[in-house]
Design a binder for this molecule. Structure first.
Ligand SMILES: [Zn+2]
Length: 435
């Protein structure tokens, strides 16, 4: 048994259910102990009490550092890792000019394998232990991602990206081939170790009704795979979708007709959501991946977080990567905070709420809330050791924080990848900074 000693934060309860500033919003131990046995959390609490009850445990002294549950990236595209940083574009022209030419290069298997290695390392080195990942439009490249993910030890839900309309013809497939190749990938990778499969129609804009039917068939034939797609990201996209499916009252109605927006689904963005769509997502138990950096960078709009929270929709955080500003869910939490400060109907956020969105909400989006997301005894020991660099502004801010809540807020404000020292999944080291 190992006993990790550090300041420990987690959110076993949903802090959005209590008023901002309520002490029940977060569990924290300034001198905390996390006892890990066979990859599971055996206990989490005050260090001294756990030490006394477990004299045989091997202590790991991380005082001065902070332990958080593993971070979850609920929406991220593996083939876009090299095209982060395009400025001044909006969704549809960015896809055509920047993202999709790079996604076409995934037809080259060696290129896809190298990209997959780069991608999983980027996740782990930013403290991400689990992610919902858009694969490639090519089955072999998607398999390359699963292989890299298996080697990395991370929890990855991913799938073959499906399109048969608009976008680039070289990225198109047929509904029959989409079904066959997805089913083959499910057989090879779903529930292999820490991997999960997610059926992945790119978005209604780039899929025909027979393709959506193929996705529905995959969800019916495989009762525990997940689904990921995009919805209501950009105003021009929303208009095009509603125009193409005249029977649909709104964007969500397209997915609803094919049973694609249920409690196994993660819908990315939902910026331009009407109250009716938010209520229907809540009733269906679908999760939303909120990608604030991407929404700002592509000028997509202001995410109505408050309306989602009030309706009871699970809102996790996603980096989106190509459209966003890079990896790291702590940074994404900061972006959520900043964009809500400027939103017309803002949702108040603080360290506890951001931590919940970065961990527990992501676990729920993955369908893994019984397994990961906090440090309740029995859960998997997935965690991030954050330690400010000596002499850094973050070190000073944490040391001088008036209370633990302020220290956690400083972590969201200031912690970059240089502060991520060690990352574990089920107790296994998946990243160590080496110093
Ligand atoms: Zn996306």
């Amino acid at each position: 048994m190992e006993l990790f000693r550090a300041a420990i934060f987690h959110t076993p309860d949903n802090p959005f259910h209590v008023p901002v500033g309520d002490r029940r919003e977060m569990v924290c131990y300034q001198d905390g102990g996390l006892l890990v046995s066979n990859g599971r959390v055996a206990a989490c609490g005050a260090y001294a009490a756990i030490r006394n009850a477990n004299p045989g445990a091997v202590s790991v002294d991380w005082r001065g550092g902070i332990l958080l549950p593993g971070l979850v990236d609920a929406h991220v595209h593996f083939p876009q890792v090299r095209v982060i940083g395009a400025m001044g574009r909006t969704l549809l022209d960015w896809l055509e000019a920047v993202a999709l030419p790079e996604e076409s290069r995934m037809a080259d298997h060696a290129y896809a394998e190298e990209t997959a290695r780069l991608f999983v390392h980027a996740l782990a080195s930013h403290g991400t232990t689990a992610a919902v990942v858009f694969g490639a439009h090519f089955a072999a490249a998607t398999a390359a991602l699963f292989e890299a993910a298996a080697r990395s030890g991370l929890r990855i839900a991913s799938g073959l990206v499906l399109s048969d309309h608009e976008l680039r013809p070289d990225l198109h497939t047929t509904p029959e081939r989409a079904y066959r190749e997805s089913a083959e990938l499910i057989a090879r990778y779903h529930k292999r170790g820490r991997l999960l499969y997610a059926v992945t129609p790119r978005f209604a804009y780039s899929t025909t009704e027979p393709m959506l039917e193929a996705c529905q068939q995959l969800m019916t034939d495989h009762a525990d795979v997940r689904l990921q797609t995009h919805i209501n990201e950009n105003a021009a996209e929303v208009m095009a979708v509603v125009g193409r499916f005249p029977w649909a009252t709104d964007y969500l109605a397209v997915y609803e007709r094919y049973g694609l927006s249920g409690n196994r689904s993660v819908m990315a963005h939902n910026v331009h959501a009407t109250p009716s769509q938010i209520d229907r997502l809540a009733a269906a138990g679908a999760a939303v991946a909120h990608c604030p950096a991407s929404n700002a960078a592509l000028g997509s709009g202001s995410f109505p977080l408050r309306r989602h929270v009030d309706a009871g929709v699970t809102c996790a955080l996603g980096t989106d990567v190509g459209g966003g500003v890079g990896f790291g869910i702590l940074k994404e939490g900061l972006q959520a905070y900043l964009t809500q400060r400027l939103a017309p109907d803002p949702q108040g956020l603080d360290g506890a709420r951001l931590l919940y969105m970065a961990t527990r909400a992501g676990a729920k989006a993955l369908g893994l809330e019984a397994e990961i997301g906090d440090f309740e005894p029995g859960k998997a020991a997935d965690f991030v050791y954050v330690r400010p660099r000596e002499g850094s502004v973050l070190a000073a801010a944490v040391r001088h924080a008036a209370d633990p809540s302020d220290a956690l807020a400083a972590v969201f404000m200031l912690a970059g990848p240089e502060s991520i020292r060690e990352v574990r999944v089920e107790g296994d080291i998946v990243f160590a900074s080496g110093d």
